[in-house]
Write a protein that binds this ligand. Sequence first.
Ligand code: PMP
Length: 350
Amino acid sequence: MVEAISETYSPLLKQQLTPQNIVTTCGATEALYATFQAFVDPGDEVITFEPFFDTYLGAVIMAGGKLKPIPLRLPNKNSNDLKSSDFTFDREELKQAFNEKTKLIVLNTPHNPTGKVFTLDEMEFIAQLVRDHPRCIVIADEVYEWITFDNATHHRIATLDGMWERTVTISSAAKTFSVTGWKIGWAIGSPDLIAAVTKAHVYVIFSIVTPLQDSVARSLRYALANNFYQELRESYLKKRDFLVDALRKAGLSPIVPQGSFFILVNVKDIKLRPDQGMNTITNLNMDTKDWKISRWLTTDIGVTTIPCSSFYSEENKCEDYVRFAFCKTDEILEKAAEKLLQITNQQDKE
Ligand code: PMP
């Protein structure tokens, strides 16, 4: 699998990759965990954009570090017309977040849960801050690297000037080959960085499942030889457009994603009756609006969403969004579209 990864990524990362540049991991999740363990010491700070994939917070805390979230914000404009590219960060705020304790910045593009694909200009700005802070390195979480739409291009921060020595690029087979359960991932970088990640990795899990590595190696080679990535993109584009349309027909305002297979919907204005979306499943404190809506959608409508408050830190908790996913068969998406039409009938009209 290391050889197949090297064939795929050498041109993409503009490096001739050898086994010293690659460590294979138990999914991107373990690659992230091992990388945080390798580089974060107690007191270190890790910057990332918020909302963020929830693993980052737990893994940073377990390494003794502190996560510093930088908000991605939407403009005040008509909510029927929003795209993931409308999410932007305040450059001054990001600059101010860097200090002598900053050890890592995690750049997840295409971004979960917003679907934002960071532009080259944004990436250049981030890279310059990293160059200005010699202690800081980058985790580039690129698990949705092949799933981009419209005119969005996936850029790789490791290819920018001086960034190869400063970046651990992480991806996995999960999203690209629709095998999330396989847990086969990888981290790629300069030999020094990868040696450190490998040291952590061997104490977490030692090695990963061999037969699945063999399958993923074949899949990577098949993908290159058969234009698979283009097909993947086209197939997800159709699914995205279908679900965006279905959500609009159901009276919701989807934020159209330029990458990933997720769609955020603001649910602030949905009114539920007191008996809808009640917490009967667990005793945990999951009574925010997004949890209630997600429970109601699951039990009464028949379509399950992820409540997005879990993608925020405690300090900035936001309960306005739920996340739909379109990594489903066309038949399931069609069924979901039908079910979503019941939304308008079910809402509290008062
Ligand atoms: N990073 C991001 C941004 C993700 O969304 C996910 C999966 N939800 C992962 C990493 C983990 O990938 P894997 O399944 O390969 O562990």
